[in-house]
Design a protein around this ligand. Sequence first.
Ligand SMILES: [Zn+2]
Ligand SMILES: [Zn+2]
Ligand SMILES: [Zn+2]
Ligand SMILES: [Zn+2]
Ligand SMILES: [Zn+2]
Ligand SMILES: [Zn+2]
Ligand SMILES: [Zn+2]
Length: 1755
Amino acid sequence: MASELEPEVQAIDRSLLECSAEETAGKWLQATDLTREVYQHLAYYVPKIYCRGPNPFPQKEDMLAQHVLLGPMEWYLCGEDPAFGLPKLEQANKPSHLCGRVFKVGEPTYSCRDCAVDPTCVLCMECFLGSVHRDHRYRMTTSGGGGFCDCGDTEAWKEGPYCQKHELNTSEIEDEEDPLVHLSEDMIARTYNIFAIMFRYAVEILTWDKESELPTELEMVDKSDTYYCMLFNDEVHTYEQVIYTLQKAVNCTQKEAIGFATTVDRDGRRSVRYGDFQYCEQAKSVIVRNTSRQTKPLKVQVMHSSIVAHQNFGLKLLSWLGNIIGYSDGLRRILCQVGLQEGPDGENYSLVDRLMLSDSKLWKGARSVYHQLFMSSLLMDLKYKKLFAIRFAKNYERLQSDYVTDDHDREFSIADLSVQIFTVPSLARMLITEENLMTIIIKTFMDHLRHRDAQGRFQFERYTALQTFKFRRVQSLILDLKYVLISKPTEWSDELRQKFLEGFDAFLELLKCMQGMDPLTRQVGQHIEMEPEWEAAFTLQMKLTHVISMMQDWCALDEKVLIEAYKKCLAVLMQCHSGFTDGEQPITLSICGHSVETIRYCVSQEKVSIHLPVSRLLAGLHVLLSKSEVAYKFPELLPLSELSPPMLIEYPLRCLVLCAQVHAGMWRRNGFSLVNQIYYYHNVKCRREMFDKDIVMLQTGVSMMDPNHFLMIMLSRFELYQIFSTPDYGKRFSSEITQKDVVQQNNTLIEEMLYLIIMLVGERFSLGVGQVNATDEIKREIIHQLSIRPMAHSELVKSLPEDENKETGMESVIETVAHFKKPGLTGRGMYELKPECAKEFNLYFYHFSRAEQSKAEEAQRKWKRQNREDTALPPPVLPPFCPLFASLVNILQSDVMLCIMGTILQWAVEHNGYAWSESMLQRVLHLIGMALQEEKQHLENVTEEHVVTFTFTQKISKPGEAPNNSPSILAMLETLQNAPYLEVHKDMIRWILKTFNTIKKLRDSSSTSSVAETEGPIMEESLRDRDKAERKRKAEIARLRREKIMAQMSEMQRHFIDENRELFQQTLELDASTSAVFDNSPMVSDVTLVALGPAQTRVYEQRQFVTCILCQEEQEVKVESKAMVLAAFVQRSTVLSKNRDKFIQDPEKHDPLFMHPDLSCGTHTGSCGHIMHAYCWQRYFDSVQAKEQRRQQRLRLHTSYDVENGEFLCPLCECLSNTVIPLLLPPRNIFNSRLNFSDQPSLTQWIRTISQQIKALQALRKEESTTNTTTSKNLENMDKLQLPEGFRHDFIPKNPYSKSIKEMLTTFGTAIYKVGLKLHPNEEDPRVPIMCWGSCAYTIQSIERILSDEDKPLFGPLPCRLDDCLRSLTRFASAHWTVASLSVVQGHFSKLFASLVPNENQGDIPSILDIDMFHLLVGLVLAFPALQCQDFSGISLGTGDLHILRLVTMAHIVQILLTSCTEENGMDQENPTGEEELAILDLYKTLRQYTGSALKERPSGWHLWRSVRAGIMPFLKCCALFFHYLNGVPSPSEVQVSGASHFEHLCNYLSLPTNLICLFQENSEIMNSLIESWCHNNEVKRYLEGKREAISYPRESNRLIELPEDYSSLINQASNFSCPKSGGDKSRAPTLCLVCGSLLCSQSYCCQTELEGEDVGACTAHTHACGSGVGIFLRVRECQVLFLAGKTKGCFYAPPYLDDYGETDQGLRRGNPLHLCGERFKKIQKLWQQHSITEEIGHAQEANQTLAGIDWQHL
Ligand SMILES: [Zn+2]
Ligand SMILES: [Zn+2]
Ligand SMILES: [Zn+2]
Ligand SMILES: [Zn+2]
Ligand SMILES: [Zn+2]
Ligand SMILES: [Zn+2]
Ligand SMILES: [Zn+2]
């Protein structure tokens, strides 16, 4: 295809390249009608360059456009070669002190919580790093794209507006200087000309709406007839729909369709077909038909190719303009001038206006190009920014209406620029006064919500889908209003006042439409049929909450404004209330000789609404009157006389009664929508302008009323009037009415009412209500949150209402009320309440939810008990009210109140039936306590002149009057003090009585001075108290002890599994409790222990008894008994890999016999160490499988384990497992009955013997395969072979194991094979034994690495499960040959052996550079018995082991010498002295000789010996572990502690000389020839010639990549990362592989690839290659660690980054600066190194079922 197109493109190139930019520009300079000239040029060339075929060639197009189209313009503009002209311009320019960098998607942005004027003020990373805010409390977010850096904008920052870089440019700011002075007249004229033409051209062509016709000036003579079928983006159709449709419509592959869809989504449009009209039209109709079924169809246009060409160039031109003005502020100014110049058609038609007004018609790509141009031109020029702001405001209504009907997200709409304009304080102020912006915004908003009910209120109930959609979009206008109000005026002009109040009027109109909306009626009988819509109204309320608060803030700043606003608000409220008493019969209420008139109204029977924004706004303003003291300064200006307190309180009271009734269960039939509304009414998101203000409104009303009257009205609204107005009603009530739930209902209502009274009197912490200072409110809020429990910073933040300084406000007080506790390795930092703040605790704090209240009560009582205090929770001492509210306290001592208290106490005293409740009593006690605190305060602060009018104590001492004749409240309290059924409240009653006495004393002392007489009783009292307290304390201690024991027991039972899991997770956190006791540790200590060979230390294996976790039976582990197994998990691993590019390509053909030293893909086996009978496990596994199959059929649910893959959870610890390891005795002891041979061959002899045996076997096999075998013939042939002495090739050893053990050997072997090679299980495959040996070797190597990395001793206390796992694995691997084919294992042995001892029959053996020696050793040792069992010549297994070890060790030394002498330094050339050094020099010489001197010459002996020692250590350690577990010889005690390298001890244990080079000298006879054969290998030569690489030793441990300390540098790195597949697109979910450091474009269509026939995301694909199925990633935008295993499993994990409060920020929602926490990162690394990632995922998925449902493979 490409080659066909080539000639065509070439031809065009030539004709176009002849066009000279200089000449064209010259022609233009001469032209009389420049516009015509330029247009002709464009008309001719643009279609020749752009859109020449079905696919764009952006680079070619750009190159040609620059040459033919843009070049001439630059020449024209500069009047000379732009290569010189443009730099000149730049030099002459005075750089701006504004940064203005436009943010890319995902780029980090910074704001300063201390200095930013509002949260929308942000800095780019570069500016931030050079600013003062670096050391402030900053906030970090990732940009959604759009928006720009505010560095240099003095209006955006209270302090430090410039970074270092931009500060430089401010030295000589003359703000009003005209940037044009730096340009010549000529230049200005030319620029003006060319800008005007080009800008007009671009606007014209982009807004052109005809499909096949060009503007006349651009029409061509020879117009070709090609078209594009252009597909446009919408937000309705999904990716899948578009891809599916395209495949059908234009007959493309899925891949192409994905490409189209991706571009459409990014650029907003993409041509999907090119050709003649008919051809394109056909595709269009298919697309339309296919997408119009449910929704409106996708937008498709058939466009003439030349139009598309001009539009593409139009876009190019706009970007070019943006670049050009970057050279000079002067050019920028000219462009602004051109753009805003009014056109001939009148004021709406400047080019800028035209673009803005057609915004919603443009496609995404065009929009973003011109938006960017606006940002870099109009918004960067101080003068034109203002003019542009005016244009924007004038068009505001149109733009917003366009936006509301448009379907693109707001970030792609010009309307979104409001944030850039309205948040500039000076512009906002100007727009309010000059353009009446506030009113415009509110009116526009109202215009879009036309649907109203009969009373003119909003009605969301029957919204259509379209209306709902519009409603969602129109909410952004509220945000605009918020922007306008963010910065408050510092001074007011009359104009501003007038326009603000005008806006306030409009706002009141808006609130009026909300007052009383969504009215509710209690449902009786039937349940409601359909939940009514309630969210819309609450959404509106929530969005407006902040605006309402800001309106009040503005009013507070100016007395005149406040007074006017108050009047307006009151007037509107009266309008809302008109008809309030219409048709209502007034009724009269009377109690205790007080009477009041009110209306008859029952919340439970009539309509009631939660939405009362007008009342609440008035309440807010009323508080401001008090706070600003306007109420006292200008009472004559206020309409106070018009206030009707009963009217003010009526609606809020109804609302509160509604809540109470809902609580009492009276509204159950109204469904969940009501419950939700009540929830939000109190919720932190709404309460400030809902619940809180209702309380204030009641306080306002009540402060102007007789409290008795108020209380009676309240009783009536709570529908409780009857109960309290009739003496003895309660008694009768409870005896007459037997309906328990009605009584219960009334009890709850009484409780709620008492709670309300407590709040009305007690809530005085907001400025203006009580005499408090600004921080008291937030302090109190925090104290009460922390009274519930210690909390993390983010939890506290969440519990506080949203407001501009919520966090800074909190931080200013948090230190005074709380201690900070740092986080550990998990969990987060916590704030704990300071003990001295406990006295400020109010049990009836009004922001507590029911649950919080009871938790706080419990916590506080517990705390008091711990401190040996009594458990009373008396009300705290309160600040006094402001004068306007002062009379509120009188509620407490009003007659009706006393009557209510008395009645309830009476009920409690009489204690009959259920007409009272404890919490009712508790509230009464609290109220009495409040009254006492109040009176005490009054007395303490009394001055001579004042008479104390608060006389609660006197009133409660008096008995009730006739006809009641009840005892006094005080008397009743004394009675209750001894009531046995009120144990819990005794402390509180005692506290009341004590306080009563104190007050009495105070009163007495103020009248008389004799205090003495009261002393006696008090002493007595205290004595009694002490006695009682002591008894109580003892009882308490006893109780606590009991509780503790009980708790411990149940804890033990309940959390058995969890606890164990904890232990398992600690894996290497080696505390003594988890360490294993070695089976035969008490050995004679001065005997040197030897692990192998003829001199092996004899061990007597103790009999081992184990218990099956399933049937609890105990059994001895024996050769012939039934198999016992350990649950195990086998996985592929690349943890040790030194080459992540390598993975098993074709498992069918893969030969795992030789492990490459890069350890690129190993098989790891882990186990939780839990033992079962094989048959118990089999039964368990079968039942799990059956259960899962049933479940999957039913529910199609995912589980954390994949049964089909043989996975299950350990029945005890729920650890993920996929097979079992059989438990065995040391196998060598079973076979090695011939251990003590006196005369064993030397290494040389042994090698010869073995070589002979191998040769014989090979000949034998050859015979077998070539001849058609008959027994006789075979025998014949065998005679011809010279069999080595004592070798009986036909001897078949007897398998000693029981049938069930043999089965398990096969089962586990096959499992390793299946997982390690990802093949279907095949127990016959010759590779099965190899995989078993490999897994044994690999697992030992990985554990050796972990121990070394952590500096742990090799044989220190290992956790049981590791110890058990290694032992079983090693024993299993060495027993496995008994179930494999003897000849296969012999074949493996001979091939492995041939890698060291050459054998002409074995081809295809890797060089010693390409063999991992430990794997080789394990393979040789474990395969050897298969050969040795037929050998009756007298060579023992032990001898073989020893010789194999020595041979491999020597090969390893040679390997090390060949590869690791690179770091040589010529310094230490002193004469070698040590024996080792001399020996090694000698060996080195030999090597040089055999390699033809390719090795470097004569390094120092010391140096060589050192590198050999270092290089071989890991190998020796692995060998020690291996032989320890193989032969069961205890480890030497020296190696059980960490410290020195233990080289000598290891050598002794392994029966090696400490001078390893001796091995060569002792066996020089054979070794020289072997070394020669090794060195002569071709690969070795190539390596020495530098033609290839090789692994050097010691191999360094793999670690996860290094992470930066500051998280923002990661964000920055990721923001520069673009998707590797879709050409420069920003990746949406950049994800970092923590193993290799690759950045991936995750969770996105563009980077999906196919893996094993399925589409998978970039992470899953990468995991497959990099981690062999296990992946650890950091999702950078989300700040979240992702673990993946295979295609179906994954979980999220806490990131290793913490903020200063010790919390992680998953999702980056809070934006606090994040820093790397080394310990946490280490923990993740450890999980990885220990191969515990899969297990971690399993646990996470078990704990959180939703995780299993996520499509992990698409990440
Ligand atoms: Zn910047
Ligand atoms: Zn800057
Ligand atoms: Zn700052
Ligand atoms: Zn069992
Ligand atoms: Zn287990
Ligand atoms: Zn991508
Ligand atoms: Zn990777």
